[in-house]
Ligand binder design. Structure first.
Ligand code: ARG
Length: 475
């Protein structure tokens, strides 16, 4: 058991059960690189301000470098009796460089240190997520481009409604994930604030230079209120909320893939490499990947609820409850990244069953609105046209026919306005391509949307690459 840094005031040793109960090292070890980088910057700042000597600083910095290597190579047994990653590193630094290590914690506290570490960790992970959102959207646009002429039934209430291009449907998800990316970029602004120097809660008496620390660590801004700096976790809540919304989108996509790959729909086939079988039913091929993405949305929402609830009653400033922010945060980061990655790989490999989609789009009176709109062009009011076509639909159902299978003389019984030109209007291609209103499903619109998306994605790729260069961890 290691000596506690606070044992000057304590007459008794910490109970073992308390040690294991309070320890966070099992999970906050993932912050080690950020902790060390933050300490190096802090140390440089202390030396620049003559709070410690240059000589002390170089010894500490060299020691921190060795500690980082040891952790990386697994030559460093992390000790639960030292509670967390911050104290483990400080302890190891003392073993490396001796007494001078004890000067590192001048003008800071673990409260501002942990706030700094999470912010550094999270901005790197947001950069990863931004790249993955670009990649996923590239997959969607590529699939949409390959199938630009495929028409499927569009749905409301899960009832066939009007035909749309399959590409239009895919591009709807492109839009959702584009907004998700914008949301993460927005959160990034609030993550990217440097709190170190706020110390325990009130700031410090040493003549520190927070702007310098911020510059060394690449933060565009420093915190403005020390109490807020050590106790704010809204940047985490915001991230978890953005992640939850993104998981809603992925879960809806999952639901559609699950439906579409069923025998009842048969619109797509999930590639064998992305499906699983049954241990008892030899014929089965299950969409487990999509089901698990849908299922994991639940835990991501749960993580958001956990942090909101943990924070809501806390008085200022730091409270130990806040250590509970990490596991939900890490779990959401891991879950979201894996879901994005698996869909980025799966989507380009979807097999699209054009015949099944177009057959479904041709049955069930999906051209009824177009027939009503036709009557409006011949001078009828829309409500009258709606009623008239409703009667035509009922008649066609009795005859066991679709609207386009009725004869002109049949149609004329319902309205004299019908002419030979109605039949062209009722074809799938016309129904799709005449919908040229803003964001409508007409091919010319969808082609434009896909081209615009590809241009935007190209710029994003360049942007992501420069963000990736700034970070410490792999994508
Ligand atoms: N492990 C702690 C956390 O994650 C670090 C800060 C501890 N501060 C303290 N005063 N006990 O929140």
């Amino acid at each position: 058991m290691s000596e506690k840094p606070w044992n000057g005031r304590f007459a008794e040793k910490t109970d073992r059960i308390v040690e294991s109960f309070t320890a966070s090292i099992a999970f906050d070890r993932r912050l080690y690189l950020y902790d060390i980088e933050g300490s190096i910057a802090h140390c440089r700042m202390l030396a620049k301000q003559s709070i410690i000597t240059e000589d002390d600083a170089s010894q500490i910095i060299a020691g921190l470098g060795r500690v980082a290597r040891d952790i990386e190579h697994g030559n460093f047994e992390l000790d639960a009796s030292l509670e967390d990653i911050h104290m483990n590193i400080e302890n190891r630094l003392t073993a490396e460089v001796g007494k001078v290590a004890q000067k590192l914690h001048t003008a800071r506290s673990r409260n501002d240190q942990v706030a700094l570490d999470i912010r550094m960790y999270l901005r790197d992970e947001v950069a990863n997520i931004l790249s993955r959102l670009t990649a996923l959207r590239q997959s969607l646009v590529a699939l949409a481009k390959r199938h630009i002429d495929v028409i499927m039934p569009g749905y409301t209430h899960l009832q066939r409604a009007q035909p749309v291009l399959f590409s239009h449907h895919l591009m709807a998800y492109y839009e959702m994930f584009t907004r998700d990316r914008a949301r993460f970029k927005e959160v990034l602004k609030r993550i990217n604030v440097m709190p170190l120097g706020s110390a325990a809660l009130a700031g410090t008496t040493y003549p520190i230079d927070m702007a310098y620390t911020a510059k060394l660590l690449g933060f565009p801004e420093i915190s403005s209120n020390s109490l807020d700096a050590v106790s704010a976790r809204d940047f985490i809540m915001e991230f978890l909320a953005a992640a939850s919304i993104c998981m809603v989108h992925m879960s809806r996509l999952s639901e559609e893939l699950i439906l579409w790959s069923s025998a009842e729909f048969g619109f797509v086939e999930i590639p064998d490499a992305f499906a699983t079988g049954s241990s008892i039913m030899p014929q089965k091929k299950n969409p487990d990947v999509a089901e698990l993405v849908r299922g994991r949305a639940g835990r991501v929402f749960g993580n958001l609820m956990a942090v909101l609830t943990m924070m809501k009653g806390l008085p200022l400033s730091y409270n130990r409850d806040m250590q509970e922010d990490k596991e939900p945060l890490f779990d959401t980061v891991d879950t979201l990244k894996r879901c994005l990655e698996v869909y980025e790989k799966l989507i380009p490999r979807l097999k699209v069953n054009r015949v099944a989609m177009e057959k479904a789009a041709s049955m069930g009176f999906l051209n009824a609105t177009d027939m009503a709109d036709y009557l409006v062009t011949k001078g009828m009011a829309f409500r009258d046209a709606h009623r008239c076509v409703g009667e035509v639909v009922r008649y066609a159902m009795d005859q066991n026919k679709e609207l386009h299978e009725l004869s002109l003389s049949d149609l004329k019984k319902f309205s004299r306005a019908f002419g030979e030109d109605i039949f062209e209007i009722l074809t799938l291609q016309q129904m799709v391509n005449r919908r040229v209103s803003g964001g409508g499903t007409a091919k010319e619109n969808v082609v434009k949307a896909m081209n615009k998306a590809q241009e935007a994605l190209k710029l994003e790729v360049a942007e992501n690459e420069s963000d990736q260069k700034k970070k410490k961890t792999p994508r």
